[in-house]
Write a protein that binds this ligand. Structure first.
Ligand SMILES: Cc1cc2nc3c(=O)[nH]c(=O)nc-3n(C[C@H](O)[C@H](O)[C@H](O)COP(=O)(O)OP(=O)(O)OC[C@H]3O[C@@H](n4cnc5c(N)ncnc54)[C@H](O)[C@@H]3O)c2cc1C
Length: 417
């Protein structure tokens, strides 16, 4: 494989992780990324890395960057709470720290993760390259066309260009991504010595799902980088403004509901208007939750429409393949999209450096990736539907179930295993 060239379209979480692994093993790899700066507001929020993501980072990154990742993850607990809208505890899922950080859960700033993933790839990533289409050449290679009129050729192309993947639209045109009809508004409540005292300790102790009687859900999770910096400026804030500030602590919150529950014209609302809309929807909730929303800086508040891919049947493997959101984009309600993209990157890295023939290696990768990737899509859609569920009885049943497992630790351990 080392004499073959690999083109990765998209320098996001999955594409860069794969590039790190291949580059380290001497494979000729180029990443074509349309942008240099954080292109979307999502970059301003933290991301939860689970053991799938952590193992991929450990195996693909050089040792010093794996260490830089660990050095810049957020402090604070990972115990997951299920709460009522009056902050009553339904269940608390304890997540004791794992002995090996590669088997653990981490909270990381997306900006910092991107800095880690880009480190050492200065000669590998080409910025400002918006991919448009490909064609196959007579000698079995793939020619790529970019928006600036330039072209490039490669022996293997990996689509890592996210949920709106242009590669997927040409390669697997029947693979669809659809709106779920659910909208989410997210924001960042600043966490410092003054604001910590304003809200319940449970909210800053770990991630929580708040489950009111019906029709709406709230997720919140603390992230506290504590000003930690790794070598080479990793962990330093690139841009000004509260949204992109990754130096201090904050509580990320996201309120989701069916679009019809929000006021009309959501797409054109400012951060202040989105915040006011959400505040009205939670006006009867516990004062601490209302404080969290009221004291959030408007500049950090965004609308995030929730989309999902539709799983498709297996296709014939070739020298074009896909990873991450490009093939299995999912709702964020299970917090596993980036982790699944990282898992893909690791699996594809291992397949391509296994010594197997290229197409056979890709076929093996795709078989495994489709199974867990599309399972994650289905699971995440189910989680989104439950998050905004309108059936009061179903919610009551779920809460009773949570209260019951909370009372019996061995049952809880079994259920959440
Ligand atoms: C609110 C929210 C919270 C989330 N929280 C979590 C979480 O806690 N944990 C988790 O695991 N997942 C989470 N996710 C999901 C996660 O963000 C995605 O699944 C993940 O970013 C997918 O990684 P990727 O590499 O496939 O795509 P991306 O990270 O989207 O990267 C795609 C890259 O391709 C580039 N690109 C796109 N088109 C082109 C083109 N034509 N030419 C060149 N480059 C192009 C883009 O600029 C981008 O850099 C969350 C999502 C949302 C919406």
């Amino acid at each position: 494989m080392t004499n073959k060239s690999v083109a990765i379209i998209g320098g996001g979480i999955g594409g860069l992780c794969l590039a790190q692994g291949l580059h380290r093993r001497g494979v000729r790899v180029t990443v074509y990324e349309r942008d240099r700066t954080p292109a979307d507001r999502l970059q301003g929020y933290r991301v939860h890395i689970d053991p799938n993501g952590a193992r991929a980072l450990r195996d693909c990154l050089p040792e010093h960057l794996w260490q830089a990742f660990l050095d810049t993850t957020g402090r604070g607990g990972q115990d997951f709470g299920f709460l009522t809208e009056q902050l009553g505890t339904l269940a608390l899922l304890e997540t004791p720290p794992a002995a090996d950080p590669a088997d653990d859960h981490h909270s990381v700033s997306r900006i910092t993760l991107r800095q880690v993933l880009l480190s050492g790839l200065e000669d590998v990533v080409e910025f400002g390259k918006t991919y448009e289409r490909y064609e196959r050449t007579g000698d079995g290679r793939v020619r790529l066309h970019f928006a600036d009129g330039s072209m490039a050729e490669a022996d293997l192309v990996v689509a890592a260009d996210g949920g709106n993947s242009r590669v997927r639209k040409q390669y697997l045109p029947h693979a669809r991504r659809v709106d779920t009809g659910i909208a989410t508004v997210a924001g960042k409540f600043p966490l410092d010595d003054a604001t910590r005292g304003l809200i319940s300790r449970r909210l800053t102790d770990g991630p929580n799902n708040v489950i009111p009687p019906k029709g709406i859900g709230l997720f919140c999770a603390p992230h506290d980088a504590g000003g930690v910096r790794a070598a080479d400026g990793i962990g330093a804030t690139e841009q000004g403004g509260a949204l992109m500030d990754n130096s201090g602590g904050y509580l990320l919150w996201a309120v989701g509901a069916a679009e019809g529950r929000f006021p009309c014209g959501l797409e054109s609302m400012s951060g202040a208007q989105l915040k006011a809309a959400v505040a009205a929807m939670v006006k009867d909730w516990h004062p601490d939750l209302r404080t969290m929303i009221d004291l959030t800086d408007d500049a950090t508040v965004s609308l995030l429409p929730i989309r999902t891919s539709i799983p498709i049947e297996a296709w014939q493997a070739s020298n074009i393949t896909l990873l991450g959101d490009a093939i299995h984009s999912m709702t964020p309600m299970r917090g596993i999209g980036a982790n699944t993209a990282l898992r893909d990157a690791r699996l594809l890295f291992l397949a391509l450096t296994s010594g197997r023939a290229q197409v056979a290696a890709i076929a093996g990768y795709e078989r495994e990736m489709r199974a867990y990737g599309f399972a994650a899509v289905r699971d995440s859609l189910r989680a989104a539907e439950q998050f905004v569920g309108d059936n009061r009885l179903a919610r009551m049943g779920f809460k009773t179930f949570l209260r019951t497992v909370q009372r019996f630790p061995s049952l809880k351990a079994k259920v959440f295993a």
